[in-house]
Design a protein around this ligand. Structure first.
Ligand SMILES: *[C@@H]1O[C@H](CO)[C@@H](O)[C@H](O)[C@H]1NC(C)=O
Ligand SMILES: *[C@@H]1O[C@H](CO)[C@@H](O)[C@H](O)[C@H]1NC(C)=O
Ligand SMILES: *[C@@H]1O[C@H](CO)[C@@H](O)[C@H](O)[C@H]1NC(C)=O
Ligand SMILES: *[C@@H]1O[C@H](CO)[C@@H](O)[C@H](O)[C@H]1NC(C)=O
Length: 343
């Protein structure tokens, strides 16, 4: 085979692949589909154009949280699994007059008025315009897989599109541990458009919370978790000359369960200091006796201190528990001095 014919074969192959692509891209075009009940896209549909170029495109977000899986203090991240639903309206889609009738059922109650969402094949996503959603402070976004992507696409009788995905999201949260273990962390999960300001695209949060009937986490964490709405100020990202960006999302309020810390660290250290006062009952002459008691308590306290150092998250200062602990150690050291000089 000469070089020329080889090139010919290659170019035919590439051209052929191009054709296949071309055919594939038209799967959902209106003249290619001859089934009355399927939604289709007009010939002049462009997935690169906004559905409403001169108007504000409303994108509505719902996050049905399944589980907050972990809160990592060492790298300031939170991972949760949820159903992330993104809904928008695309009036350019062509729907048949009978679209959705089947789902409404024969003589379905109020079927004329309310919107019916009809599931359609996920393949259609490739040909639709999709909002360029940007998740702020995101670290990882994983769509779970079974046989294929765990996602679904619905088209409503009002030409709304609902794209739902089962995802595991990890996002960063700047936590402050200065009050550890009495701390409360507020973590904001925000998403918006990467490039369209609020003059073109508005985001709203339709629902954010545990997916009903759940209302708490099943996995025990170090925190009690409350999900609340974003404050008004957190719903806009001001990007100077790029404009203001509309944001949707929610706030995770993490309240640490402090009981185990109180019982495990605060109570024993308090008790040790109280026990050290017994030293004053030992006759003043018996210095070795006093010293033995105080030094022993001091060593036990140092042992707890090591444990605290390992459980305490990193901060730029002392955490509340370390400060408390230092105070208690200082108390003991003072007593040791007093004990040795009170004669
Ligand atoms: C669509 O179906 C009708 C009959 O139901 C047929 O006459 C017509 O040729 C079909 N059109 C295409 C593009 O297949
Ligand atoms: C979290 O929600 C529960 C129940 O709704 C409430 O009792 C509790 O006070 C809330 N905690 C915080 C920190 O907001
Ligand atoms: C963005 O928001 C700020 C504060 O709300 C406002 O002063 C400013 O005019 C807005 N800019 C645009 C382009 O809408
Ligand atoms: C430690 O002791 C200082 C001075 O005695 C006090 O001001 C501070 O509040 C104490 N801190 C804790 C955590 O007990």
């Amino acid at each position: 085979m000469t070089l020329g014919s080889a090139l010919g074969v290659i170019s035919v192959l590439i051209f052929g692949m191009g054709l296949v692509e071309g055919v594939k891209a038209k799967n959902f075009q209106c003249d290619a589909v001859n089934q009355t009940s399927l939604p289709c896209l007009p010939v002049d549909y462009s997935k690169f154009e906004l559905p409403m170029p001169t108007d504000i495109n409303k994108i509505s977000i719902s996050a049905y949280i399944d589980e907050v899986m972990h809160v990592k203090e060492d790298d300031y991240s939170i991972t949760f699994s949820c159903y992330l639903n993104v809904k928008w309206s695309d009036p350019r889609i062509h729907l048949d007059r009978d679209f959705g009738k089947e789902q409404a059922g024969v003589g379905g109650k109020g079927s004329e008025r309310q919107t019916i969402l009809v599931p359609v094949t996920l393949e259609m996503v490739d040909e639709l315009w999709l909002p360029n959603v940007f998740i702020y402070n995101m670290k990882e976004f994983k769509v779970t897989n079974v046989l294929n992507k765990q996602a679904g696409l619905w088209i409503g009788t009002d030409k709304s599109i609902l794209y739902s995905q089962a995802v595991h999201i990890t996002f960063m949260c700047p936590m402050n541990f200065a009050r550890f273990p009495l701390d409360t962390q507020v973590c904001k999960f925000q998403l918006g458009s990467y490039s369209y300001s609020d003059l073109k695209m508005m985001f709203e949060t339709e629902m954010a919370g545990y997916s009903p009937p759940k209302h708490t986490n099943s996995i025990p964490l170090d925190f009690e978790i409350n999900i609340s709405k974003l404050s008004l100020a957190d719903q806009t990202y001001i990007a100077g000359s790029l404009g203001n960006f509309s944001l949707a999302g929610f706030e995770l309020v993490l309240d640490r369960h402090m009981a185990s810390y109180l019982l495990g660290y605060y109570l024993p250290t308090g008790l040790f200091v109280m026990a050290s006062w017994i030293g004053f009952l030992i006759p003043v002459e018996a210095i070795p006796g006093r010293m033995a008691l105080l030094i022993t308590l001091f060593l036990v306290l140092m042992n707890i201190f090591n444990t605290i150092t390992t459980i305490t998250p990193k901060t730029d200062g002392l955490t509340a528990i370390q400060a408390h602990f230092n105070n208690k150690s200082l108390d003991l050291v003072c007593e040791i001095f007093m004990g040795s000089h009170m004669n």
